[in-house]
Design a protein around this ligand. Structure first.
Ligand SMILES: *Cc1c(COP(=O)(O)O)cnc(C)c1O
Length: 377
């Protein structure tokens, strides 16, 4: 039997103008956050997301910290978010001194279920943190309607939604503040990086200030508020600009990859695949997730271990917020049960999904996965 070649879970695609723009940073000496690519990247990215203002930051997690802070969320406030998400979302709420309140996911879209929102609202609720998961957006209309009705702010975590739309409008255009990440497994990357976008000049100013230690332009080293150093470097923005030029192509590529996986894996009862589309969006497959059914007869952990043995890279699904030891130790979420999120965490993981994957690699990764599933009949 020929040696199996490894199929990495993610490799970015950096063969556009990345090198050219990066070289320009080095040749001109503009390597810090003061360089000219920052403003260009902010403007072009905000435009692509249908927003007036973009504030580039050092990653998608701190983008959430700044967003929560800029909205004035703090002690005594509650923020509703999905249980099934990355820790960054709940962490931003907890670090601001506010209380995270989780809701469960819709088993078909894997996103927060808007029909569960109303029952989670109390007199302390200040905001809804919407997180679009894995390639399909949250059904925004009911969320926005409830937010309007109850006077709640909306923070939109669009880290996984570059280039995606909801009913034809860009994801990232729905929150009072929306955030993105440019981690290397996102649709476009800056190595590490993030962006806050908004239409509010006031919120944009607050985020700019929070990003830059709350320096006051007229009075250097004098501070009325506490901020952070969340600045992005010109080198990161150089990468971001080059990547942004190719966003439509990247989205197309991911859709083709997702469709190929759907074709290859669609014939087995042993896995639930992502929804290819809903009536409001077509999946952009940030990652190609699968959820094992009962007939697969194994947990995600076992499947991932077997896939590692045949050199297929995988990552587990998110581990739900209400089961995180760090939050339980703080006395948060005691007794909370979220059956959908819990099952997804136990049975879900994702297959190689990076932009550099070739069609052959996808076919091979699906073949090895099916091989593992069938051994267990
Ligand atoms: C990746 C991601 C983040 C965090 O972004 P980093 O740049 O890695 O800090 C936040 N939210 C979601 C939904 C993400 O997928």
């Amino acid at each position: 039997m020929p040696e199996l070649y490894p199929i990495p879970v993610n490799e970015p695609l950096l063969n556009g103008n990345e090198k050219k723009y990066l070289t320009e940073c080095i040749d001109t000496g503009w390597i810090s956050s003061e360089g000219p690519f920052i403003k260009q990247f902010e403007e072009k990215f905000a435009f692509a997301a249908g927003r007036k203002y973009g504030i580039a930051v050092s990653n998608g997690s701190v983008a959430l910290d700044a967003a929560v802070k800029a909205l004035g969320i703090g002690p005594g406030d509650e923020v509703i978010l999905p249980a099934f998400t990355i820790i960054s979302c709940a962490a931003a709420i907890v670090r601001a001194g506010a209380t995270p309140v989780v809701i469960d996911s819709d088993p078909s879209t894997w996103n927060m279920d808007p029909s569960l929102l109303k029952q989670a609202i109390t007199s302390k609720t200040k905001a809804i943190l919407v997180v679009h998961i894995y390639g399909l957006p949250v059904d925004m209309d009911p969320v926005l309607e409830i937010a309007r009705q109850f006077g709640l702010k909306v923070i939109e975590d669009a880290a996984e939604m570059h280039g995606q739309t909801y009913k034809g409008k860009p994801c990232g255009s729905f929150g009072d503040i929306s955030t993105f990440s440019f981690y290397p497994n996102k649709h476009i990357t800056t190595g590490e990086g993030g962006m806050i976008v908004t239409d509010s000049e006031e919120l944009a100013e607050k985020c700019r200030s929070l990003r830059n230690l709350c320096f006051i332009p007229e009075k250097r080293f004098y501070h009325e508020d506490l901020g952070w150093n969340f600045r992005m470097t010109n080198m990161q923005a150089a990468l971001g600009l080059a990547q942004l030029e190719r966003l439509p192509e990247f989205v197309e590529r991911k859709r083709r990859m997702g469709t190929l996986y759907q074709d290859l894996l669609g014939g087995t009862e042993k896995v639930i695949l992502p929804l290819p589309k809903t009536d409001y969006a077509e999946n952009i497959y940030w990652v190609f997730g699968v959820i094992l059914t009962g007939s697969a007869g194994m947990s995600a952990e076992t499947a991932m271990r077997k896939l590692t043995e045949v050199k297929v890279g995988t990552r587990p699904f998110f581990y739900p917020m209400h089961l995180q030891p760090v939050f339980l130790k703080m006395g948060l979420f005691s007794g909370v049960k979220m059956p959908v999120a819990e099952k997804m965490a136990q049975k879900g993981f994702y297959l190689p999904s990076g932009l550099s994957l070739t069609e052959d690699q996808i076919r091979e990764s699906a073949k090895r996965f099916l091989g593992i599933l069938h051994e267990c009949i």
